[in-house]
Write a new protein. Structure first.
Length: 327
């Protein structure tokens, strides 16, 4: 029987690489694509030589073509942390606009189903809590985070237009804070930042007064939700995340306890438009996909910390990969 074929953009990134692993495990032929602006080939080097995997070094903001039949496309190419999209704002906007246009065209040409990675950031700094999929959001389009928030919002609109106008099979996942092995320690997000600081013996840096909240989902749970959504028959957006909410101050205490360090927490001003609360309403995922997170934060953090601790010490201080391109 011919294997089903899937294209995963952003394949060398944190989430993309885990998706490559999952689809190979499920018996698919996986085509990974990444321009490596923020991705890292070390995340997928274990797949090189696998007969069910091929890698294309390509920027989806340019025309995209892959040979042969194609069953599914998962669009996960995008800078995803503030340190990246503030450094490369134009590329962030292009991958959410030109990139999705190219991939929708490819999906239409190949009669493939396309799933896009959207984000809880489409809700902005939310005025309702928790956030459900019917909430339209509170986003500042001209603020520093607007390049990411609005790229994702446009990506959703473009995807839905192809679904309604062309009848294309599409799926939209709104991803909440996710963590696990293969994150970058210096990517600017709170979990790897805290663990990296603990490993280096530095004080933990919190922004604002630390009372803002986040809800952390372990990567294996997220991948399971994405896989179920892709194979479902539901085209509207679906939140995938862990509704177990925690303040940044509480989270810092958990990291200090986990790492056995005695660092203190220092506070810096809250970045512009940083959301004060983040908690997904996952009623839709529970109802439609029979999905909910299984991995406790205690268990997931232990796995993540062991991964980071196992890296060579020089990687604890690596600069972010994002190149300061001026295109």
């Amino acid at each position: 029987m011919t294997k089903k074929r899937v294209l995963i953009t952003g394949a060398a990134g944190f989430l993309g690489s885990h998706l490559c692993d999952r689809f190979i495990k499920e018996g698919y032929f996986v085509m990974g694509m990444d321009n490596l602006i923020t991705g890292d080939l070390r995340n997928i080097e274990h797949l090189f030589g696998n007969e069910d995997f091929i890698f294309y070094h390509h920027d989806v903001s340019k025309f995209v073509h892959v040979p042969g039949e194609l069953d599914y496309i998962l669009h996960f190419a995008s800078p995803a942390s503030p340190i990246d999209y503030l450094r490369i704002p134009i590329q962030t906007l292009k991958v959410g606009s030109l990139g999705i246009h190219h991939l929708l065209g490819l999906a239409k040409a190949k009669n493939a189903r396309l799933l896009i990675a959207s984000t809880s950031e489409v809700y902005g700094d939310p005025l309702i809590h928790p956030q459900n999929e019917d909430y339209w959001g509170n986003v500042n389009p001209v603020g520093p985070r607007g390049v990411y928030d609005e790229a994702k919002r446009f990506q959703e609109a473009m995807t839905m237009a192809y679904h309604t106008y062309h009848g294309l099979e599409t799926r939209i996942v709104r991803i909440f804070n996710t963590y696990g092995p293969r994150m970058r320690l210096n990517d600017g997000r709170v979990l790897p930042a805290f663990i990296g600081q603990a490993l280096r013996g530095e004080d933990l840096t919190a922004f604002g007064d630390g009372t803002q909240t986040r809800s952390f989902c372990y990567v294996d749970d997220l991948v399971e939700g994405i896989y179920r959504l892709l194979l479902s028959d539901y085209a509207q957006p679906v939140n995938i995340g862990n509704p177990n909410e925690i303040t940044i101050n509480q989270f810092a205490e958990e990291i200090i306890k986990l790492t056995g360090t005695n660092q203190k927490v220092i506070y810096k001003p809250l970045p512009t438009d940083d959301p004060k609360q983040r908690k997904p309403d996952i009623t839709r995922a529970r109802t439609l996909l029979n999905w909910e997170p299984k991995v406790s934060r205690e268990e997931g953090l232990k796995l993540t910390y062991e991964y980071f601790k196992s890296l060579p010490a020089e990687r604890w201080n690596e600069e972010p990969y994002g190149r300061d391109f001026k295109k």
